[in-house]
Design a protein around this ligand. Structure first.
Ligand code: S3P
Length: 168
C-alpha cells in the first residue's frame, strides 16, 4: 500500500486493540507496533508487573510519551496503544499532529470484565469497583480523542477489521 497515515487504536484494557491491529496489519500488509511491547524494550523489562516494580505507573506513562513522540512521525504504521494513553493528552497530540487516525474500540464494561476475568498481566485491572471507576473516568476521554468509534461488543475480529477498512 502506498504511503498512508498511521492508524492508532485506543480503548480500555481488553477491548481488542492488539488483536485488531495485528489482523489489520496482515490485511493491509503494513507493519504494526504495540506500545506495551515497546515499553518493555525501552525499560528493559518483560511484563507490566516488572515495569510497575521498577518505576511505578510514572515509568509507564513517561515511557509511553517518549514512544508516542518517536513513532508518531513514522508513516504506514498501525499502532495499538496501552489503555492509559488517554491520560496524557500530549500522546494523542503527537499522533494527531502527524496526521494519524485514532480509532476507539468501544466495549461495555461488562464485556471487558468478562474477557479479563482470569487476566494476570494487567496491574491496573483489579477485580473490584475501582476498575469500573477507571473505565467510567476514561470513557469520555476515548470518545473525545477518537476520529472514529467502533462498537465492538459481540463483534468478531473480522467484523471489526471490516469496520476499520470501511472507514479508511
Ligand atoms: C493499562 C493498559 C495496559 C498496559 C498497562 C496499563 C491501562 O495495556 O499499558 O497495564 O492503564 O489501561 P492494554 O490496554 O493493552 O491492556
Amino acid at each position: 500500500m502506498s504511503c498512508m497515515n498511521n492508524i492508532i487504536f485506543i480503548g480500555f484494557m481488553g477491548s481488542g486493540k492488539s488483536t485488531v491491529a495485528r489482523r489489520l496489519s496482515q490485511c493491509l500488509s503494513i507493519p504494526w507496533v504495540e506500545m506495551d511491547a515497546l515499553v518493555y524494550q525501552k525499560t528493559e523489562t518483560k511484563n507490566m508487573h516488572e515495569v510497575f516494580a521498577k518505576g511505578g505507573e510514572f515509568l509507564l506513562r513517561t515511557t509511553e510519551i517518549a514512544i508516542a513522540q518517536e513513532y508518531a512521525s513514522q508513516k504506514n504504521l498501525i499502532i495499538s496503544t496501552g489503555g492509559g494513553v488517554v491520560l496524557n493528552k500530549i500522546i494523542l497530540d503527537f499522533f494527531k499532529q502527524a496526521g494519524g487516525k485514532v480509532i476507539f474500540l468501544n466495549a461495555t464494561f461488562d464485556t471487558l470484565a468478562k474477557r479479563l476475568e482470569k487476566d494476570e498481566e494487567r496491574p491496573l485491572f483489579k477485580k473490584d469497583t475501582n476498575t469500573k471507576k477507571l473505565y467510567e473516568f476514561r470513557w469520555p476521554l476515548y470518545v473525545n480523542y477518537a476520529d472514529e468509534i467502533l462498537n465492538v461488543d459481540n463483534q468478531s475480529v473480522d467484523d471489526i477489521v471490516k469496520g476499520v477498512l470501511n472507514g479508511l
